[in-house]
Write a protein that binds this ligand. Sequence first.
Ligand code: FES
Length: 157
Amino acid sequence: MLTDTERQEIESQLAAYPTKRAVCIDALKIVQRERGWISDESLKDIAALLEMTPDELDNVATFYNLIFRQPVGKHVILLCDSVSCWLMGYEKIRQHLNERLGIELGQTTEDGQFTLLPMVCLGDCDHAPVMMVDNDTHHDLDPEKIDQILDSYRKEA
Ligand code: FES
């Protein structure tokens, strides 16, 4: 069930759009911000509020790769998997992340701290290789820098 806060925030967006269903991406982002991901139950509740079918909303949710339909870790690492980063050492960076985190792309660490996902170009190609952790971009990556970045997020925990 949506919380009062989630429902109110979604409803506050309605005036800015011509139809209820046009709010669907904002609604998914609002609920994901609160819960970390979009469960089937959340999807059904949002769809009902916006007078959509769950399948219609799921089609939108699964089209956007930043809407998570499975649980993710506390921090989501988006590793750029596009051409400039390939040329500038992507493979070494991916291997280092795999080793340091003990997971492959698409997986979450056992302690629930990090999920590692591939992502198309993050738009910072002249500073490749690049990754994002949550909303922060980290560029010109090398193994030492990755260790520092991971340690800084672990200290936050
Ligand atoms: S290819 Fe990696 S940031 Fe553009």
